[in-house]
Design a protein around this ligand. Sequence first.
Ligand code: BTN
Length: 324
Amino acid sequence: MQKKILEILYENKEKHVLVPEIASTLDLTEEEVNDYIKVLEQDGYVFDSSSDLGYKLKKSPNLLLPYELQRNLKTKYIGKKIHYFDEVDSTNNVAKKLAEEGAEEGTLVIAETQTRGRGRRGKTWISPNGGVWMSIILRPNRPPADAPQLTLMTGVAVAQTLQKECGLDVGIKWPNDILIGNKKVCGILTEANAKFNTLDHVVVGIGIDANVDTELFPSEVREGATSLKNELNKEIRGVILVQEFLKNFEEIYDEFTAGNFPEILSEWRRLSKTIGSYVEVRKQLGKIVRGEAIGINKNGALILELDDGTLRKVISGECLHIQK
Ligand code: BTN
């Protein structure tokens, strides 16, 4: 009902709307309208109100509320169902559970904060207020070996959105970190579940340090991290960023399901800050490989030219851009 009240007030943005008018449009009592307005005020909406004139919307909060996200959302199926949390352990955990229970493709789980946000390689993902912490459920009819392609695809969608919305020097560091300059602004955690040699569902988790104060991060994370707020010196509207991202994501995912992954990979290469750089990849059990990154194959493996001229394919690991 809050959504419907907001719709009326958004439609009449410049003027007040009388309480009896809202009440009769929505078949509510005037008291009920006032109660719903109070709930909206608790969410951070600010109204200009007077007993003679009714309510006028003055300010909406910079939160990722579902009724804000779904207003003007230009997607066909991504984000049509939204599970929103003020606080949650991890949006990927919730999305995995929902997917196992049969949630439909495109379902979005989004939170203002995460208490146990998860990063790659078992790391903790710090998720304070102001960030965009979200997970999308996908059901691609593909073999499990194709799951890494979804991570690459998501990296392209995030990087393109940030470039378009913020006009910054955005690029991708292999395998799936989104950088501004040489600092990380977003990470992606893809978790796949297969049945009978086909992907049953994939949860793509995306964490964007949007309006986050990276000063508050522990020093070892702070050094390599940035946020959109740091880079732009102002807060961005989270809702606009997520809406643009979901639209872009859906377009690219449609390309993926139509079999056009080679085109997506070309775009990944164009956005990559790793290809052409000299890198150190830290693999499991302390193994380290160094060389020039010269390409990426369709399974997301990085191709390195080692100092002795031999080529080496690296499937996973932590990649650092270093000086030779
Ligand atoms: C990484 O770079 O290590 C991946 C970070 C992924 C973080 C996101 S935030 C939303 C989703 N929920 C999680 O617990 N993790 C992902």
